[in-house]
Design a binder for this molecule. Structure first.
Ligand code: NAD
Ligand code: TYD
Length: 353
């Protein structure tokens, strides 16, 4: 008999959200054996998990979700009870530059995992779960009014969101066709520590700190609905344990912000933290060419999750943002490490073309 009562694979556990989820599960569930499967792309970093790497219930496996033989071997070796699947290419601007990389990881990789899961769990579905972590971006772009619900039509507009939409469809297809026990959650934009600095909030924090221009796309009028990353991890925990098989859950905290307002808020927080005169950092704001096909507004209606499972976000945005800024200011080495090398080439191409 194993000393563990569940063996669980989390894919993409070395990334931003994945590392918060792995930390939560390793610490909260010592009776679960957690296998973190990650290819360690530019976005994956084992430094994110230094504090849990020696926990007895934690194992790291380096591997690529598109490698069917490797995934098959892992299922054989560990006999997983569940998979929480986060591994993905996740940045919209990179998807515009290289869509096929997104098809490969997000579509082919997800299908590969579904296929291997189906093979190993066929006839033994009871108690198993394939939990797919997805995004609200699959629903497309909202105007000034309205919210995305679980029944909103899929209308992806970027190669990233198209690849995530395709992966969601395959998850549902495996559920309906083969009876694979699945759940999908679609979450709004996350922010918090360990967020790769190609994304809006950490990029702006890093550029304010180093006195570089703050590249705001278009007029900065686009709206995103922001959720603290640990609140996303707690929602996944709840849905993983109490969600209904075959269902979808939207996750979000009714926290909509225009990009330009977030950048101003970050500038004022940073002015205070860095001892700069008020207004100093905002002088760095630079409006640049808009992102092609830039979705105007995302906004999640999380009523189902709240009513069915009682989930609510724990943190106010201003408080979460301040905690996030503090983390980046205290973790300069992490930022230096992840922004050296490949990221320099990406930054040059993206912002100095
Ligand atoms: P991230 O880019 O920070 O991390 C992705 C992780 O996946 C990295 O550790 C990377 O090494 C790994 N990975 C990439 N390709 C792989 C492959 N072929 N095989 C194995 N591992 C691979 O992403 P994130 O922001 O943490 O997002 C995690 C998941 O949550 C994604 O599926 C994303 O679509 C979804 N999501 C993200 C947000 C957000 O705001 N960041 C919001 C909603 C949903
Ligand atoms: P991002 O963090 O890339 O997340 P997503 O595109 O998945 O929502 O971008 C958030 C918003 O910020 C989006 O409207 C694009 C905008 N943005 C900028 O204005 N400048 C930037 O340098 C970046 C990276 C994003």
């Amino acid at each position: 008999m194993s000393e563990y009562n569940k063996t669980l694979m989390i894919t993409g556990g070395a990334g931003f959200i994945g590392s918060h989820l792995v930390r939560l599960f390793v610490n909260k569930y010592p009776a679960y054996r957690i296998i973190n499967l990650d290819a360690l792309t530019y976005a994956g970093n084992l430094e994110n998990l230094r504090d849990v790497e020696s926990a007895p219930n934690y194992i790291f496996e380096k591997g690529d979700i598109t490698d069917q033989d490797a995934m098959d071997e892992l299922f054989n070796r560990y006999n997983f009870d569940a998979v929480i699947h986060l591994a993905a290419e996740s940045h919209v601007d990179r998807s515009i530059a290289d869509p096929l990389a997104f098809v490969k990881t997000n579509v082919v990789g997800t299908c590969t995992l579904l296929n291997v899961g189906r093979k190993h769990w066929s006839g033994k579905e009871e108690g198993k779960l394939f939990y797919h972590v997805s995004t609200d971006e699959v629903f497309g772009s909202l105007g000034k009014e309205g919210y995305f619900t679980e029944s909103s039509p899929y209308d992806p507009r970027s190669p990233y969101s198209a690849s995530k939409a395709a992966s969601d469809h395959f998850v549902m297809a495996y559920h309906h066709t083969y009876g694979l026990p699945t759940i999908i959650s679609n979450c709004s934009n996350n922010y918090g520590s360990h967020h790769f600095p190609e994304k809006l909030i950490p990029l702006m924090i890093n550029n304010i700190k180093t006195n570089r221009p703050l590249p705001v796309y278009g007029k900065g009028e686009n709206v995103r609905d922001w959720l603290y990353v640990d609140d996303h991890a707690l929602a996944i925990d709840l849905i993983f344990h109490k969600g209904r098989i075959g269902e979808k859950y939207n996750i979000g905290g009714f926290n909509e912000w225009k990009n330009i307002d977030i950048v101003h808020l970050l500038c004022s927080i940073m002015d205070k933290k860095l001892g700069r005169p008020p207004g100093e950092s905002a002088k760095l704001i630079s409006f640049v060419k808009d992102r092609p096909g830039h979705d105007m507004r995302y906004a999640i209606d999380p009523t189902k999750l709240n009513k069915e499972l009682g989930w609510k976000p724990s943190l106010q945005f201003e408080e979460g943002l301040e905690k996030t800024v503090d983390w980046y200011l205290q973790n300069e080495i992490w930022v230096k490490q992840v922004t050296s090398g490949e990221y320099q080439h990406y930054y040059e191409k993206q912002y100095h073309k």
